[in-house]
Design a protein around this ligand. Structure first.
Ligand code: FAD
Length: 295
């Protein structure tokens, strides 16, 4: 199967997620362009196989039983970034950090906020990733992609229905292949300075030395997830080796655990915060795959 493409059979998903968790994917494919993505969907469809699309895996919890069917990883083979005037055209697999660097080199401001977000352009657009007062919707002007049936899609910023950590990508169910950013002219030195300042702040506040998927929960209306978790006395709380980070309570980290323990920790934190603070926390991370079969 999938002989025309770069594919790994029985791929350990713990190697393809920043949380370093998860069982095996039956097939893990690395497309080079939208045509290959369409062809992969076609072949999987003919075999009656489900398809899951991922980027860098920095917002993903893959369960211990792994992922059946085909996983399409839009990442290492789709990283082209072009600067055209004050616009940047990036393939969906380009890392946000490298697009932000390309912008800085070209003297284009607006993507500084994204330089420390360890995900792809495609995942960033899907999630409307944001930090330090900026988000993808501020700078994205067009998103191109492909539907599972192979049809093309091209949407303006308005048509993307960006909201807090969400966009129309999930509803329309397409794969992002290319994104156009529109930025402002700026002084390259100042842009670089801002990026290093934000990244230093990140390193000071976030547990970047242990596997995580960033903030585990969305910001509940009127609150901060990390502050609520901290107020409930949960810093350092653990199940197995899944732990609420001591450094930043919004990050649930993996110190050598299983996805089952990690998921239990997510649920436990949700239930404690709901009973003690009366606020329902919703996961920001995407949970994919199957729980491990019993026995
Ligand atoms: C240390 C750390 C810090 C972080 N800081 C931030 C932060 O400041 N702000 C923030 O918003 N996030 C942050 N994150 C979370 C994460 O980096 C972002 O959500 C990122 O945008 C996810 O991109 P990804 O390529 O890793 O996507 P993945 O995690 O692989 O996928 C996320 C979702 O996007 C979908 N997807 C991925 N690629 C595509 C595509 N090409 N087409 C269609 N759908 C696609 C997947 O199906 C999945 O539903 C952080 C994570 C870590 C580990």
């Amino acid at each position: 199967m999938f002989e025309a493409f770069e594919v790994i059979r029985d791929a350990e998903m713990s190697q393809y997620t920043t949380l370093k968790l998860g069982g095996k994917a039956d097939y893990l494919a690395f497309p080079r362009n939208g045509e290959e993505i369409a062809a992969m969907f076609r072949e999987a469809g003919e075999a009656g196989m489900p398809v899951t699309v991922i980027g860098h895996g920095s917002n993903l919890l893959v369960l211990d039983g792994g992922i059946r069917g085909l996983v399409i990883r839009v990442e290492k083979n789709m990283r082209e970034v072009r600067v055209v005037g004050n616009r940047i055209v990036a393939q969906a697999g380009a890392m946000l950090g490298s697009v932000a660097l390309a912008a800085a080199e070209a003297g284009l401001s607006g993507l500084e906020f994204a330089s420390g977000i360890p995900g792809t352009v495609g995942g960033g657009v899907m999630m409307n990733a944001g930090a330090y007062g900026g988000e993808m919707s501020d700078v994205v002007i067009r998103v191109k992609g492909v539907y599972p049936n192979g049809g093309p899609v091209s949407l303006t910023r308005e048509e993307m229905e960006f909201g807090y950590r969400t966009s129309v990508v999930k509803k329309l169910n397409f794969v992002v292949t290319e994104v156009v950013f529109e930025l402002e002219r700026g002084d390259p030195e100042k842009i670089r300075e801002k990026m290093s300042r934000l990244n230093a702040e990140r390193a000071e506040k976030q547990p970047l030395d242990v596997p995580s998927a960033g903030s585990t929960f969305k910001r509940p209306e009127g609150y901060f997830a990390a502050a609520l978790i901290d107020q409930c006395g949960l810093k350092g709380y653990s199940i197995g080796d899944a732990m609420v980070s001591q450094k930043h309570a919004g990050f649930l980290v993996n110190l050598g655990t299983s996805s089952a323990d990690y998921l239990e920790l997510v649920r436990k934190v949700q239930s404690i915060v709901e009973s003690r603070a009366g606020v329902k926390l919703e996961p920001e991370i995407r949970i994919v795959g199957e729980e491990e079969a019993e026995g």
